[in-house]
Design a protein around this ligand. Structure first.
Ligand SMILES: *[C@@H]1O[C@H](CO)[C@@H](O)[C@H](O)[C@H]1NC(C)=O
Ligand SMILES: *[C@@H]1O[C@H](CO)[C@@H](O)[C@H](O)[C@H]1NC(C)=O
Ligand SMILES: *[C@@H]1O[C@H](CO)[C@@H](O)[C@H](O)[C@H]1NC(C)=O
Ligand SMILES: *[C@@H]1O[C@H](CO)[C@@H](O)[C@H](O)[C@H]1NC(C)=O
Ligand SMILES: *[C@@H]1O[C@H](CO)[C@@H](O)[C@H](O)[C@H]1NC(C)=O
Ligand SMILES: *[C@@H]1O[C@H](CO)[C@@H](O)[C@H](O)[C@H]1NC(C)=O
Ligand SMILES: *[C@@H]1O[C@H](CO)[C@@H](O)[C@H](O)[C@H]1NC(C)=O
Length: 571
């Protein structure tokens, strides 16, 4: 279902891991055992652990985690951690553990049977230690390498027969399909759970990716998913059991009327997938504000409502074409990121891989949704990566009440936040890293957007095309902010004719031509207009209890430590 436009291999693009580490980083922490506390995933101490994962496929025909022909597994694992992901959703096919004609193969045999000569040569160079391992042992090596970098792993049963996923008619879609015998599936889950029971960084197992197809129905969902969940829990009571929905994991609405019935508590969560192509028509032909409102209401009605029922819901696949060329993806991203920030969701980005050994018959296929480029050496698009990184750290949740709740002005399109730059002449506002955000307070009733700790200082519009200001005169129309459009992502004032260069009208917060300053401009395509893109004017007012000052100090203190911790790992 994803775009398949290969870009030319770029063998010259070799960048060191060190440079990547310097560019992006996060503190390493020991891997926790996870459980749930209402909608939150928490550690042993009951403190929130936000899952900021990236998908790493190991379920295609070769059944080896992608990329091992390009880089040593330890270098890839180090990059995952360096890019700030604390977890990997690592996919596997059932037959790897239930069918000896797959499971008994070594890596070399698996590649040879598919004539993947060049990839195998790459694996021999980059990961000589895995070549003669059985496939399951190679998977263990990947998991343990991630563990060495304190990266958590969710093992995702992606399909039965190794290959690209998913279609309604591939025989892997629902219980009873040609390749989807429920007994074999439960057997596979049990074996996998037992095999990795001793791996501390395997913190979760998702039962089945994207159930779908003509056979799907809620009754069988309960019957088999509950069985699968019990089997995993029995074989490894330490892991979180993650249940996906119907219709390509777009639909958990049926749980509204009938809750899941499990013998254990505090160890189960749900997952949902959300791509632009789940609603292509809406994005391509509707007004972006109206599409965002409708589509996100739909995702809420079908899945995210479970947060309010006390269940974690992990957004376990979302992502975009990182070249920025897919108009639907571009419109969708700001909307999805606003929801993810607002609800402070746990998530797994699609995807890590820059390329595949073999996908849908194509050798070395380029993955334009990939965080890494074709060579697996550096980020494909540093801008796109940075805006996802803005979603990695938790904003709130158990154990994170470091500050009284305040509002963050989050700009989803860039992954930046409205910050104050102190200069000699004035206090100017601009987009900056969210870890350096101001603590704002918004009162919808008073229509006032002020600094929380200095409430006399409020946000003001100064006119069309002019920088928004932070000032003490907060009473007039130019300081009365409303959230407008169906999406409520525009922050607007009704400008007075005298104060607006444009002669009145509604002005919205926007990003200046320099890509950094925070200005107001006439509000763009609030409704009706289907062709224009309002995303530069989208700001989400997000609640945070993260300590602003402490966050700054922590990161600074970690800098030398991160460099010290850096080491090359291979095996
Ligand atoms: C194992 O896989 C082979 C090859 O796809 C297939 O022919 C065979 O029927 C499978 N056996 C079982 C028990 O699923
Ligand atoms: C697979 O490997 C196991 C253990 O080495 C062995 O007992 C079994 O006979 C093998 N199966 C096949 C089909 O080669
Ligand atoms: C591999 O190559 C051999 C010899 O060229 C060919 O007979 C066979 O069909 C190929 N197998 C695959 C899976 O492409
Ligand atoms: C939940 O499952 C248990 C064990 O199978 C069963 O005894 C119980 O009746 C079920 N509860 C509901 C509400 O279905
Ligand atoms: C990177 O992503 C951004 C955001 O989508 C896009 O505007 C830009 O064109 C992309 N750059 C490249 C080189 O693909
Ligand atoms: C701004 O104008 C709109 C439409 O004219 C009106 O509905 C709204 O109440 C006004 N808001 C303020 C704060 O004056
Ligand atoms: C905030 O994050 C950015 C990049 O992620 C980093 O360069 C900067 O040092 C951080 N700021 C503070 C105050 O820690």
């Amino acid at each position: 279902m994803r775009l398949l436009l290969p870009s030319p291999p770029a063998a010259w693009m070799v960048l060191s891991v060190l440079a990547l580490l310097a560019a992006c980083h996060q503190a390493a922490a020991a891997v926790p055992t996870l459980s749930t506390a209402s909608r939150w995933v928490v550690d042993e101490g009951g403190s929130r652990v936000k899952l900021a994962c990236v998908n790493w496929p190991s379920h295609l025909e070769p059944m080896l985690a992608e990329g091992l022909g390009k880089r040593p597994v330890g270098a890839i694992a180090a990059d995952v951690a360096a890019m700030g992901f604390n977890c990997v959703r690592l996919t596997w096919p059932t037959f790897l553990v239930t069918n000896a004609s797959y499971g008994n193969l070594t890596v070399a045999q698996s590649f040879q049977r598919l004539n993947l000569t060049e990839s195998l040569a790459g694996v021999k160079v980059n990961n000589p230690g895995v070549v003669d391992l059985k496939l399951i042992d190679a998977l263990k090596a990947v998991v343990s390498s991630l563990g060495e970098h304190d990266v958590m792993v969710i093992l995702d049963n992606h399909l039965s027969k190794p290959g690209w996923c998913c279609s309604n008619t591939d025989g892997n879609g629902f219980f009873g399909d040609a390749l989807f015998d429920p007994d074999v599936w439960v057997d596979g889950l049990t074996r996998m759970a037992a095999t990795f029971a001793a791996a501390p960084n395997v913190v979760g197992m998702s039962l089945r990716n994207e159930l779908r197809g003509p056979r799907q129905n809620a009754n069988d969902w309960y019957k088999y998913m509950q069985r699968g969940a019990e089997a995993v829990h029995a074989a490894n009571p330490r892991v979180l059991v993650i249940l996906s929905g119907l219709s390509f994991d777009n639909d958990l609405a049926f749980l509204n009327s009938r809750p899941v019935n499990l013998s254990f508590a505090g160890k189960a969560a749900f997952e949902v997938h959300w791509y632009s192509f789940s609603n292509s028509q809406e994005w391509s032909s509707g007004n972006a504000n109206q599409a965002c409102a409708r589509v996100s209401a739909g995702v809420t009605r079908r899945a995210l409502y479970l947060l309010d029922r006390g269940w974690p819901v992990i957004l376990s696949e979302f992502g975009v074409d990182n070249r920025g060329v897919n108009a639907n993806d571009n419109r969708y991203y700001g909307c999805a990121a606003a929801v993810a920030a607002d609800l402070d969701l746990d998530w797994a980005l699609w995807a890590l891989q820059g390329s595949y050994y073999l996908r849908e018959g194509v050798l070395g296929l380029d993955e334009v949704y990939g965080v890494l480029d074709w060579s697996w050496c550096k980020p494909r698009n540093a801008t796109a990566l940075r805006r996802v990184q803005a979603l990695q750290r938790p904003l709130r949740g158990p154990g994170l009440a470091e500050a009284a709740p305040y509002t963050v002005l989050f700009h989803p399109m860039t992954g930046m936040c409205v910050v104050r730059r102190r200069s000699l002449a004035e206090q100017t506002l601009e987009l900056g890293p969210c870890n350096e955000t101001e603590a704002w307070a918004y009162s919808a009733q008073e229509q006032r957007l002020a600094l929380r700790d200095s409430s006399q200082m409020c946000l003001r519009a100064e006119g069309a095309g002019r920088a928004a200001s932070l000032g003490a005169s907060c009473a007039d129309a130019m300081a009365r902010w409303r959230l407008v459009s169906d999406s409520k992502l525009h922050v607007a004032v009704n400008a007075t004719a005298s104060s607006s260069a444009a002669g009145g009208g509604t002005l919205c917060l926007d990003v200046g031509a320099d890509g950094r300053s925070v200005v107001t401009n006439p509000c763009r395509c609030l409704s009706a207009d289907n062709s224009c893109d309002p995303e530069s004017q989208w700001f989400k007012l997000v609640t945070s209890t993260r300590s602003v000052a402490a966050a700054k100090q922590n990161l600074l203190a970690q800098l030398p430590l991160r460099l010290k911790n850096w080491k090359i790992r291979s095996f």
